[in-house]
Design a protein around this ligand. Structure first.
Ligand code: PGA
Length: 253
């Protein structure tokens, strides 16, 4: 299985993930534009902070990185405080000075155009490295259970559990969007060269088990990453708590 598994604290995971991303960016920058896949949610917030710290220490200019966000809610204005554009501006883009053309999000009216744009703009390289979280449903991006196993960017109807989890940000269920445009599992498998997936807390233990040890299928979209060539999974001990020892023995600490 082309998955490396690391179990550590969330703080250590943020440092490790940040070093992987900034290291990749530093290697590529002298030659071309680095292409980085970007997740939102609570999980990657410390990683963005550590990326900025690591880049500052190493003299790496993150404003020259083109970012490709996984998804965006439908029905929120771009400037809405809970849009993912705003999230990225807050946690990364405005802090490093990313130019507007390097802040890539799916077109809410034309989802399929995103994959074509990735193919065109990244030329042969695809997305060099990208961050992912996992939802309680086993979703990646907003590719929810039942999604097309090989699908490109699409309009996704959010699972009830996913909408329920977003109540903590939106305040009440009726304010949570019902749909989002999201990269599909096929987008990630086809265009992302390297995936860094992070999950923390007991609430993620079931989907993490499904991703790494359950049957592979679209009932748990993250399990389809086991068909991807290069995935690093960073877990804290509660998120790893349902994995069997056999798998955990493979852990590189
Ligand atoms: P979270 O979301 O980081 O807020 O837990 C992860 C996800 O839904 O992919």
């Amino acid at each position: 299985m082309p998955i490396s598994l690391i179990v550590c604290t969330p703080e250590q995971a943020a440092v490790v993930a940040a070093e992987l991303v900034v290291g990749t960016v530093a290697r590529i920058l002298p030659h071309r534009t680095p292409e980085v896949g970007a997740a939102t949610g609570n999980t990657p917030i410390p990683t963005y902070r550590e990326m900025i710290a690591a880049a500052t220490r190493q003299g790496v200019d993150l404003s020259r990185v083109r970012t490709w966000n996984l998804d965006e809610y439908r029905g929120l204005s771009p400037g809405h405080p809970l849009s993912y554009r705003t999230y990225m501006a807050t946690h990364l883009h405005d802090r490093v000075g990313t130019p507007p053309e390097f802040r890539c999000f799916p077109d809410l009216d034309d989802p399929a155009a995103y994959d074509l744009r990735i193919a065109r703009d990244t030329t042969a390289s695809g997305i060099d490295i990208g961050l992912l979280g996992i939802g309680r449903t086993g979703h990646i991006g907003f590719a929810e259970p039942g999604c097309d196993e090989d699908g490109g960017t699409f309009l996704s109807e959010l699972h009830q559990t996913t909408r329920q989890d977003a109540v903590r940000e939106f305040g009440s269920l009726d304010l949570v969007p019902t749909h989002a445009v999201s990269m599909g599992v096929g987008t990630i498998r086809k265009y992302w060269s390297r995936v860094i997936l992070m999950a923390f807390g007991l609430g993620k233990a079931d989907p993490v088990w499904g991703m790494l040890q359950g049957p592979i299928g679209n009932h748990c979209p993250a399990s389809l990453l086991r068909r991807h060539r290069d995935v690093t999974v960073l877990l804290d001990p509660p998120a790893a708590s349902k994995l069997t020892m056999k798998l955990l023995q493979a852990t590189q600490c």
